[in-house]
Design a protein around this ligand. Sequence first.
Ligand SMILES: [Zn+2]
Length: 380
Amino acid sequence: MIDALDLACRLIACPSVTPADAGAQDVLAEALAGIGFAVHRPTFGEPPDGPVANLFATIGNGAPHFAFAGHTDVVPPGEGWDAFAPRIDDGWLVGRGAADMKGAIAAFVAAAERVVRGGFAGTLSLIITGDEEGPATFGTAPLLDWMAARGHRPDLCVVGEPTSATVVGDTVKIGRRGSLNAWIEVPGTQGHVAYPDRADNPVTRLVRVLARLKDRVFDAGSEWFQPSNLEVTDIAVGNPAANVIPAKASARVNIRFNDRQRGADLEAWLREVIAAEAPAATIAVRISGEAFLTEPGTLSATVAAAVRAVTGRDPDLSTTGGTSDARFIRAVCPVVELGLVGATMHQVGEAVRVDDLATLTDIYIEVLTRVFNLVSTSRA
Ligand SMILES: [Zn+2]
């Protein structure tokens, strides 16, 4: 029998900071092969962002095809703790990736084992990447292409990101906002502050650009989304002298946007404002994902029913938070996200309750039970 806690510990012990795998997918592959999964391990990409280890494991035949999806890579550990030496402390599992999201992957496997051993009709898969916390170039997106080329197309998918806010199962994500980063650099002419007519201060123009950008009210939100928002995340001039007008000034902004906006339109607007206020400025834009939504329906109802069966609570359906690889999967099939409590994700001292691992495993078993129309076994 696979124990989710033991498997989570063995995964956490692998220092798989993106794009390194450090043996994490070997641990996972061995566990899945032991249950009877056919395990495929396509590697994509080249340095510096690759190569990236990916894993697709599948068992069974025909419809329905249900997939769990997630990532074995983690963010860097930070200072002051032994991030890759998992330990149990007063009922908490502590280690990098405990919440985001090796704990959920361990729960996927424990739940899968339960259902596979009990017998089911359909197809069950795991879509796992080592490039979610990084640029996500060599991860889920090419892995989905790899799958499509071989005829693997899930009908439903649950991503195990740590969506829960305070208690496991309290929040299911049914979509995510889009995200756009822009880097703006305004050139000027350096000179003495006492002779401004002989110089050209780029800070004046940059401040005007940023004020106009920040002034825009994008929308009032939509049925499932909060309003779109722009934040200035950095302003850099790097001028050490009080009597010098600097030669350049730069800034960075991020826009989190809902389903009323499109990345390309926002980029065009940014370029328009900058062209008007600082014509010589350069701008680089990266859209890391468009907003997406899996309209509440069969999948979210199934997951909500599973949460209710195990915890007695009704989860909130939410679209808050950062983006996730569900942005790629939504092009293939309905996708929602449900995982552990994310309060400590990416922090020093990342931890989840040991009990929550068991609860999440039970919820995943209930999801599979409903998807495959099995007789409930999790709370037998
Ligand atoms: Zn994650």
